[in-house]
Write a protein that binds this ligand. Structure first.
Ligand code: ADP
Length: 471
């Protein structure tokens, strides 16, 4: 079985969120079980060819998009496992930019629909002209949502699987934009109630199998939670091919014992390194050294649905209780300002780093005591998994993948603190309970050990994908 895995982001080459982490690690986990797995992604301007040993291949072609004929060429490298091939589609007019999806001010590129139409047409070109042999085409999120319909339109003898990493982003496009696509694709597409098209829903309609990144989120989508009514009809129509598989993590890259971004390694048997990492984190973020104070971390895109309004509301209260907060994130200027203001108001208790910072993300995971993730909804969530692995206890909303991966604390079981319904007072109660347990040192140590004992390696999940591929 040959598999082609297509994604708009692939870590460590390009990353805006969790999709990149999955695209960077799931194919490697599948590689031992299939004949060959190859990943395809755009070659963005920020990708360092030399660092990643990315070489030009002899493969190239031209894609007609509307009246234009646009050339592309294929680059490639071998992933860290030495087996998985990563192919990069080069087309400077669309991809040689610093951002993946957005300008530096956070505004999405005006031609994003065209960029991903083009990328998908290249994937199709590579398959149909024999340059990419595949039995299974695994598409991810709306950037690749038109591929299942394209495969149908071309009557290619391959099966498609479409994975939803976040239902919030549809990749809406207009009737005029459909006219740029080759016929007979247009006739296969279905309008939304807003008189436009959704690449995400097209992926759901036309793929052979649909998955999302946790069983809990699959149930929520099927139940229509946070889904508009016309999309819900299309999800329900896909129910028999719909399932949820929880994401795994790269357990070497996110490992307290092996992590080269953190100054002191540690394990569930030896927490001395974690204590020192906490000191280092406080030093780096300009907070006073205080081994006893609970430090609560957050690493996130700054968007409303990650729970920032509730967090901001509770900051004064928890600062008064002695908690320290360390925020790392980029996104909404408004949330960024609120966090900046809070840090200015409480310089000894709150630190905020505005931006995307991989090394600091690892140090936060290692050095914090707790991790705050009160997402309104969360398809899977990765940071709570990294947190568990570093003994950094997650405080999360009971939703989607968070509910599937964090178990409620009790004196004898559990790995974190969950709250529902989605109200500030419930989050407050979860944080209060977390602080109470934190101050009971033996209970906390037991909790950390339980969290660190959880296995979120890809193996189990990869086997579930494999079963779907085989089916
Ligand atoms: P989402 O995909 O909705 O953004 P996830 O929790 O699934 O949320 O994945 C987010 C990924 O992006 C994690 O690996 C997280 O560590 C990373 N991340 C998010 N914001 C930042 C940031 N500002 N700096 C470094 N890493 C970040």
């Amino acid at each position: 079985m040959n598999v082609l895995f297509v994604s708009a982001e692939v870590a460590p080459y390009s990353k805006a969120g969790g999709l990149a982490d999955v695209a960077g690690s799931l194919p490697q986990a599948l590689a031992p079980y299939v004949n060959a797995i190859q990943v395809l992604t755009p070659l963005y301007g920020q990708i360092d060819l030399v660092k990643h040993n990315i070489q030009k291949t002899s493969i190239q072609g031209k894609i007609s998009l509307g009246k234009e004929l646009i050339p592309y060429s294929l680059y490639q490298t071998l992933d860290a496992d030495g087996i998985t091939r990563i192919g990069f589609v080069r087309c400077d007019q669309f991809f040689a930019r610093d951002g993946i999806y957005t300008e530096s001010d956070g505004e999405g590129f005006a031609d994003n629909n065209l960029r991903y139409f083009f990328f998908q047409l290249v994937v199709l070109d590579l398959i149909s002209n024999g340059n990419m042999k595949t039995d299974i085409l695994h598409c991810n999120d709306h950037h690749t949502g038109l591929l299942p319909a394209m495969v149908k339109a071309m009557k290619l003898n391959i099966k498609t699987i479409f994975t939803i990493h976040n239902f919030l982003y549809h990749g809406h496009f207009s009737l005029q934009e459909v006219a740029l696509l080759p016929e007979p694709l247009g006739s296969l597409l279905t309008k939304t109630q807003w008189d436009n098209y959704s690449a995400l829903l097209e992926g759901i309609d036309h793929s052979d199998v649909v998955t999302t990144v946790s069983p809990g989120y699959a149930l929520e989508l099927l139940a229509g939670i946070n889904v508009d009514t016309s999309s819900h009809v299309r999800i329900q129509a896909a129910e028999s091919k719909f399932s949820g598989i929880v994401n795994g993590i790269d357990t070497e890259y996110w490992s307290p014992a092996l992590d080269h971004y953190i100054p002191f390694s540690f394990s569930a048997d030896e927490f001395e390194g974690k204590r020192k990492d906490k000191e280092e984190l406080l030093l780096k973020t300009g907070l006073p050294k205080d081994a006893e104070a609970p430090v609560i971390g957050s690493i996130s895109r700054l968007v409303e649905n990650k729970g920032f309004p509730m967090i901001v509301e509770l900051l004064d209260e928890f600062v008064a209780l002695g908690a320290r907060f360390i925020f790392l994130g980029s996104g909404s200027p408004e949330i960024s300002k609120q966090l900046k203001d809070a840090a200015n108001k409480h310089p000894r208790h709150i630190a905020f780093e505005d931006g995307f910072n991989e090394p600091l993300a690892h140090l936060i995971e290692a050095g914090c005591d707790m991790f705050l993730m009160p997402s309104r909804f969360e398809p899977c969530g990765l940071n709570q998994l990294y947190s568990l692995r570093y003994g950094t206890i997650p405080i999360v909303h009971h939703t989607g993948g968070l509910g599937d991966t964090v178990e409620a604390w009790s004196s004898t079981s559990g790995t974190g603190f969950l709250f529902e319904p989605y109200e500030t007072k419930e989050l407050r109660a979860a944080m209060q309970l977390a602080l109470k347990v934190y101050h009971s040192r033996d209970d906390w140590k037991t909790l950390m050990k339980r969290a660190m004992a959880k296995d979120f390696s890809w193996d189990q999940s990869a086997k579930q994908y494999l079963r779907l591929y085989n089916s």
